[in-house]
Design a protein around this ligand. Structure first.
Ligand SMILES: Cc1cc2nc3c(=O)[nH]c(=O)nc-3n(C[C@H](O)[C@H](O)[C@H](O)COP(=O)(O)OP(=O)(O)OC[C@H]3O[C@@H](n4cnc5c(N)ncnc54)[C@H](O)[C@@H]3O)c2cc1C
Length: 401
C-alpha cells in the first residue's frame, strides 16, 4: 500500500442503492466522488428488496403517518421525476414493474379499512377499486374483501442498480480489503490502496449491514446500527398475471405483501413478504414455506399457480439503532465520532433514497464541504469494476428455470 496520493471530494464505501444514489447525485453536483464495492453492486438488501416505492400509506393503519407533512409521502413523486429525467438523479431507462399497488382486506376487516380510507387524511392517496377493475388474482366470485389502489410504484431493482451504475462506470471500483484498508491519519480517515492513498474531503459509508464493521474500524462507536432480520418466501410458478399488493389482516402492518417478478427464463416468481416474513426470521424454510402455502390457500383459495417451486431467503435489514421500533420516515446520515471526515448512511427504505441524497448534500454544504477536486479517477482503474448482483430468483431455486 502507498504510492501516490489522490485527493478527491468524496469516497463512498458500499454500492447498494444508497451508495449508487449518492454517487450519482454528488457527481451531478460537481463533486469528484468514487465508489468502492467489495462484492457485486446491489448485493444483500437492495437486490433482495421488493422494489416498492411507497408513500407511507401502509404505515397509516399503525397510526404512524400524518399525510402530506411527512417526507415519505413525497417520495413516489420524487422517484417519478427521476424516472422522467428531471429529478435529482437520472433514472431514464430503469424498468418500472407497476405504476400501482393494491391493498386488500380479506373480508372481516372491510368496514374498518373502508372507514379509514374514506377519511379526509387519505383522500387522494388511496382509491377504492370497483370489482370489475380488481387485479386478476382477486377476480373471483368467492372474494369477500375490498380492494384499494395506492399510487405507489414498483421498480425492477436489478434494472435500477444497472441504471444507476451505468451512468457512473468510470467512478465505480472493486475493492479487495485483503489489499486495502481504511486508516486514520490524525483525525482524518484515508483509504489506503495497493498503489495509491485516496484522501477524501469526506468518507461516506453506505455499506448497509457492513457499516457496523467499518464504523468500528475507524475507532468510532457512533453511529450505532441495528439489524432487523426477516425471511422472505419465493414461489416460482406458471400463473402469468402479475400482482402487487398488501393484504391487511388484524395487525396494522400488512399480513402479506406480494410482488411479481420473472426469472431469467421469463418464468413468473411471486416474492412474499409482510408479517409472514418479519415474524418468521427464525423459522425453518420448510415451516415457513408451509405457512406461506396455507396463507395463499386461505386468502385466495380459488387461485391455481400451477406447478410451483418454493424457496426462502433470510436477510437482515440494517438501520440506525433506534430506541423505539417506529417506522422510518426519514433516511439517516450521521457523523462518525472517531474521525472528523466520515459519515455513515442508511436509507432504511429504498423509497427514501431521494431523501438520503438531499440530506447528504445538505450536511456537506453546512460544513462547507464543496466540490474542490477534478473528477479525474483514471489512477484507480487498475482496481477493476464490480458486476451487478444477480436477482435471488435466479440463484435460490435448486434447478434452473
Ligand atoms: C427483503 C427486503 C425487502 C425490502 N423491500 C423494500 C421495498 O419494497 N421498498 C423499500 O422502500 N425498501 C425495501 N427494503 C429496504 C431496502 O431494500 C433497503 O433499505 C436498501 O436496499 C438499503 O440499501 P443500502 O445500499 O443501504 O444497503 P445494501 O443494499 O445492503 O447494500 C450494501 C452494499 O455495500 C456492500 N458492502 C458491504 N460491506 C462492504 C465493505 N466493507 N466494503 C465495500 N462494500 C461493502 C455490499 O456488498 C452491498 O453491495 C427491503 C429490505 C429487505 C431486506
Amino acid at each position: 500500500m502507498g504510492g501516490h496520493t489522490l485527493h478527491i471530494d468524496i469516497a463512498i464505501i458500499g454500492g447498494g442503492v444508497a451508495g449508487l444514489w449518492a454517487l450519482n447525485q454528488l457527481r451531478n453536483r460537481g463533486y469528484s466522488a468514487a465508489l468502492f464495492e467489495q462484492r457485486a453492486l446491489g448485493s444483500y438488501q437492495t437486490i433482495g428488496s421488493q422494489g416498492m416505492i411507497h408513500g407511507g400509506v401502509k404505515y397509516a393503519l399503525a397510526g404512524a403517518w400524518r399525510g402530506d407533512a411527512q417526507t415519505i409521502s413525497a417520495m413516489p413523486a420524487a422517484w417519478r421525476r427521476c424516472l422522467a429525467g428531471t429529478g435529482a438523479v437520472d433514472l431514464r431507462g430503469c424498468r418500472v414493474l407497476s405504476e400501482e399497488f393494491f391493498l386488500w382486506s380479506s373480508g372481516d376487516l372491510q368496514s374498518r379499512l373502508g372507514a379509514f380510507f374514506a377519511s379526509q387524511l387519505l383522500r387522494g392517496h388511496v382509491r377504492k377499486v370497483a370489482s370489475k377493475d380488481y387485479p386478476a388474482p382477486l377476480r373471483s366470485g368467492q372474494f369477500r374483501g375490498q380492494v384499494y389502489r395506492l399510487a405507489d410504484l414498483v421498480l425492477d431493482v436489478h434494472s435500477l442498480v444497472n441504471t444507476l451504475a451505468s451512468r457512473q462506470r468510470d467512478a465505480i471500483f472493486a475493492i479487495d480489503w485483503a489489499r486495502a484498508g481504511l486508516r486514520r491519519e490524525g483525525r482524518q480517515a484515508v483509504l489506503a490502496l495497493p498503489d495509491c492513498t485516496v484522501v477524501p474531503q469526506q468518507l461516506l459509508l453506505t455499506a448497509g449491514a457492513g457499516n457496523e464493521h467499518l464504523v468500528a474500524g475507524l475507532a468510532s462507536t457512533r453511529p450505532q446500527m441495528q439489524r432487523r432480520p426477516l425471511q422472505q418466501v419465493l414461489v416460482r410458478h406458471h400463473y402469468q398475471e402479475p400482482f402487487y399488493g398488501h393484504c391487511m389482516g388484524t395487525n396494522p402492518s400488512p399480513r402479506l405483501t406480494i410482488s411479481s417478478h420473472r426469472d431469467h427464463t421469463g418464468q413468473p416468481v411471486w416474492y412474499l413478504g409482510g408479517d409472514l416474513s418479519t415474524g418468521a426470521a427464525d423459522a425453518s424454510p420448510q415451516q415457513l414455506i408451509l405457512r406461506a402455502q396455507e396463507e395463499l390457500a386461505g386468502l385466495m383459495p380459488w387461485l391455481d399457480l400451477g406447478a410451483s417451486e418454493w424457496a426462502t431467503l433470510k436477510l437482515d435489514r440494517a438501520e440506525p439503532r433506534q430506541s423505539t421500533l417506529l417506522r422510518p420516515e426519514r433516511a439517516y446520515v450521521g457523523k462518525l465520532d472517531g474521525v472528523e471526515n466520515a459519515r455513515a448512511a442508511w436509507p432504511t427504505k429504498l423509497t427514501l433514497c431521494p431523501d438520503l441524497g438531499d440530506e447528504i448534500l445538505q450536511q456537506l454544504a453546512s460544513e462547507q464541504i464543496l466540490p474542490r477536486h477534478p473528477q479525474e479517477l483514471a489512477a484507480l482503474d487498475h482496481l477493476g469494476r464490480p458486476g451487478v448482483a444477480t436477482p435471488y430468483w435466479d440463484t435460490l431455486f435448486p434447478c434452473a428455470g
